[in-house]
Design a protein around this ligand. Sequence first.
Ligand SMILES: [Zn+2]
Length: 110
Amino acid sequence: MKKCPICENGNLQEGKIEEKMFGISLGRYKAELCSGCGESFVDENTMNAMEQKARQLGIWGLAKKIKIVRSGNSLAIRIPADIARFLKLQEGKELLLHPEGTSKLAIEVI
Ligand SMILES: [Zn+2]
């Protein structure tokens, strides 16, 4: 039996995982799962299939690095055009902004 390369303790077993990107399901895929730490491993074909599905859904590459800018007394961020398109955001649309934990900023479409 193959040992887990992460924890070097558990054994790898065939199983299935549900892959998600930005909270959107990409489907279920065959994977090797560690009986110890629960880590999952997929082969290159599966990785390609996941990427293909993410592209089909229009979410591939939607994570963007942005910079905070100053706007009067506030700080402002720009929403990249492809993210705005994906979420159907338009000027004047109301959003709910709140922290999520201490290192994440959530912006909800309401
Ligand atoms: Zn492990």
